[in-house]
Design a protein around this ligand. Sequence first.
Ligand SMILES: Cc1cc2nc3c(=O)[nH]c(=O)nc-3n(C[C@H](O)[C@H](O)[C@H](O)COP(=O)(O)OP(=O)(O)OC[C@H]3O[C@@H](n4cnc5c(N)ncnc54)[C@H](O)[C@@H]3O)c2cc1C
Length: 306
Amino acid sequence: MKEYESLIIGGGPSGITAALYLLRAGIKIGWVEKLAPGGQVLLTEAIDNYPGFPQGIKGYELIDKFTAHLDQFEFDKIRDEALEIKDRQDKYLVRFSESEVAARTLIICTGAQWRKLGVPGENKYSGRGVSYCAVCDGNFFRGQEVACIGGGDTALEESLYLSKLVSKIYLIHRRDAFRGARLYQDKVLKDPKIEVIYNTIATEFVGDTDLTGIKLKDVKTGSQSLLNINGAFVFIGLDPAGGFFPADLETDSQGFIKTDHEMVTSMPGVFAAGDIRSKYCRQVSTAVGDGATAAYNAQAYLEKNF
Ligand SMILES: Cc1cc2nc3c(=O)[nH]c(=O)nc-3n(C[C@H](O)[C@H](O)[C@H](O)COP(=O)(O)OP(=O)(O)OC[C@H]3O[C@@H](n4cnc5c(N)ncnc54)[C@H](O)[C@@H]3O)c2cc1C
């Protein structure tokens, strides 16, 4: 069985950064990615808020640059899915479908996925008007009319963020009252740019090359309508890429890994970085910062304990 000083699980921005820091420190690493390296950035049409690219950069181009940096080093790239973590006192065993590896430290960087509505047109217009992240894409809709879909804290908070940028927000909620915190509800209801459309669901995203509107259905009356907008933000939740975590790894109520500000988890020698962490701001820049911090602390842990 192969053994590593550190095994990084996940090849998005946080995993790439953790790998880079550990390789530069001379640590023997394994790097696991079930798909192609890049994570959610590969789903991103353009990244406009990562420093160094004042004109913005396409997601795949940014990842090409990230991975080119890693190409300077020789290390084991494991193209597989981590399915289980077993604790064996001074090391962890990580199981894949047909093999296992051992590592003294783990850095879990498996990220998250935005929940989709699953209606026609959603995939077609994703990155062409349909978005899941106000901080990422709000700037593209400055002065325009958008719809936000959802009724929890995230939908309310993100609508308030967007209202500083756009000219008008239709907040579409399938119930007749919000679930989100009272504080945000009050602010949303007082915001002159936000018009709430209750008891309504989005049934289809429509447009030509880019999104131009959403088909809506009133769940009480069954009546249908078309709302013309320039952008639509879907805020119905975010799922952690977990499912293989050991019971001792502490997570929040949604399944995101709890860490301290040094990326230390509840299990010794196990660190977590990026979107898989329980945290507020999920961005490339924060994932990169988490990856660097986790790697630095994994190295310190190895020096202290082995
Ligand atoms: C459409 C879209 C647009 C975005 N726009 C922006 C933007 O403009 N600016 C910005 O800063 N951020 C943006 N983001 C957010 C940003 O992409 C994420 O915050 C960032 O990619 C998180 O990095 P990560 O490394 O933590 O996780 P991820 O990027 O999610 O990478 C996790 C990786 O782990 C792999 N993995 C998962 N489970 C396993 C397993 N069990 N075994 C092996 N591998 C596994 C996955 O395949 C994936 O490659 C956007 C996200 C999306 C979806």
